[in-house]
Design a protein around this ligand. Sequence first.
Ligand SMILES: O=C(O)CCC(=O)C(=O)O
Ligand SMILES: [Fe+2]
Length: 269
Amino acid sequence: MTAAALPVVRTATDVIASELTTETLIQLAEREIGAIHVRGYYPVDVAEKVAEKAINHPALGNYHKQHTSSVGRVYMPHIDTKWDPELSKKYHDAALPAIADVRNMFHPYLSPVDRVRLELQELWPAGANLLRLRKRACFVGAFRVFQPTTSEFYPHNDAIDQETDAPEIEGVLNQLVANIYLRVPEEGGNLQLWLREPTAAEKEVILDVEGLDPATVEPPVHVIHPAAGDLIIFSPRMLHAVTPGSDYRVGAAAFIASKGRDEPLVYWS
Ligand SMILES: O=C(O)CCC(=O)C(=O)O
Ligand SMILES: [Fe+2]
């Protein structure tokens, strides 16, 4: 068999690291491990107070695709720019004020996304920066608000190259996502990880409605019930989902792109 005929293997091992270090970050970016799960990353008392603010935030809106519209988010995420120059302008114009407001919601404490940003900068061999697209700053630090019983994310993947062709994303090798959980229901609200990329046919469905019918997918490799205060980083280019929960589930999220260890990581929401 020639090399070209070999299937492209894009799965990760099922190891979950428990610490955020240079080594675990590189292993995750290179798909040698499946996730990083740091328990107790952020104080739960601060997390709980800010979760309440997110649930009641005036900028709380919904994702726009069929299978994600049950999930709320605070401030506009990049996926909602929909390749539309006017929506892109709206997104970038709002980015820095939105970052400032989210930071202010945690005041006088460091926000968990700011802590992740600093640690990526310190730990990644080439540092880390806020993503700019066509030289315009991106937002980072979106809250995701899953409503009791009605909100879920069907199996899907996330890839920035499906959302923009800005020159800054050229050379992106992998995408990670950091979620810090502020409030988690006792039952459900599980993160499911398949550790494989969707097939070409699955990708088409995901692009259309932003999720696969769970009945059409094999059982996930990992089912993680996060605790409030936990940090989980994984590769959202691989299939993942969030199950419905008995109560509110609130997380703060940042996407992270890697162009290899010689280039800075970049992050956005
Ligand atoms: O809330 C989570 O656990 C993960 C949600 C998700 O789909 C993502 O971060 O890309
Ligand atoms: Fe996702």
